[in-house]
Write a protein that binds this ligand. Sequence first.
Ligand code: GRF
Length: 209
Amino acid sequence: MSRFGVAVLASGTGTNLQAILDQLHGQEEGVAVVGVASDKPGAEALERARGAQVPAATFPASEHPDREARDAAMADWLEGAGADLIVLAGYMQLLSPEFVGRFRNRIINVHPALLPSFAGIDAVGQAIEHGVRVTGVTVHFVDEGVDSGPIILQRAVPVRPGRDRDELEDAIHRTEHALLPEAVRMIAAGRVSVDSANGRVVTIRQQRT
Ligand code: GRF
């Protein structure tokens, strides 16, 4: 079976990276995490990468003249690492249009809400403030906008009245840790494509038995 290289970009704790490492890396699907990159030199995600013997690199804004230059350097590194798919897992920087264009429909993001509701930062706080009864998790392709690309998978998480923020965040994280690896597994199996007639719509083919 040929290898499907996954690179992960993360700015923080990296629990979603860990879910991919635990559930997919080196497993029978042929998926290998080939690199982890971060804008934050101290990100715990980098430790997780090293713990799994996965190459890790940092691209802090301060070490590059501008975002385009930083993203170009990061894109070169990711390509050199053999990335077929780039997963944003808590990557807190906007990617340049050049970066997005270079990896068109090969970058995915996990967002802690049911898009298009509550795009942008603090989606959990936005959902609580809005008083919704249901929120959830979205995995989507990344385009040039903020959390605006074609939706691959979504899963609902109920918001019980009186549920506190920590409890809701835990439930959302648990859902992310299932949904993101599921999306990566389907993409690696070649089952996911963006509709050529309507670029907003993603088609998922059934698994062959
Ligand atoms: C997740 O909630 C994800 O939805 C958001 O950033 C958070 C990252 O968490 N984009 P972790 O670093 O994977 O623990």
